[in-house]
Write a protein that binds this ligand. Sequence first.
Ligand code: CA
Length: 221
Amino acid sequence: MRLLLVEDEPALQRQLKTALEGVGYAVDAAGDGEDGHFLGATETYDAVILDLGLPKIDGITVLERWRRDGRAMPVLVLTARDSWSDKVAGLDAGADDYLAKPFQMEELLARVRALIRRTSGLASSEIEAGPVVLDTRSSRVTVNGEAVRLTAQEYKLLAYLMHHKGKVISRTELTEHIYDQDFDRDSNTIEVFVTRIRKKLGVDLIRTVRGLGYCLEDTPA
Ligand code: CA
């Protein structure tokens, strides 16, 4: 899952990026509305965290422009404390949720999880596929109750496939959703990751769809 974070306070941006990366998201960060708008208009994100008070272009305008251009990714806006008018303006501009500053990191992480879950049509923060359970709260994976150790990239890839269970996902799409923009992307490594994940899970739920990509299913391929 790849996120865009638009926050102009350097300390808060760093803190948020670290926390989000720590739980397994690929994160692109922007420090003003212009950069933020550009990234959201040109890159693919599973969710966006958007501060409303931003230099160059304010958050509401950024959001309105994305929505006008048909960018439908879920957006959580960060509002000033107790500003009910910010919340109303944010929701009216197309935000899916809001969080008032200052906030607890745990609450932000829970709201981001909920946004992504809703977009994927999932009801619970634990996603199951056959014997495999991915807990999006702890970023842990188990098979038949036994913990499986995945690298950060392997987790990102498996999490994306689990969130889109039963759908064929191309290598390009996987590449877009598991790396941040600074990462040296190579879609060939996707195959390497898939092979490693299959081996570590010990159960082959990831079907290779020749010429199209991969599809994660409840039963072994
Ligand atoms: Ca701000």
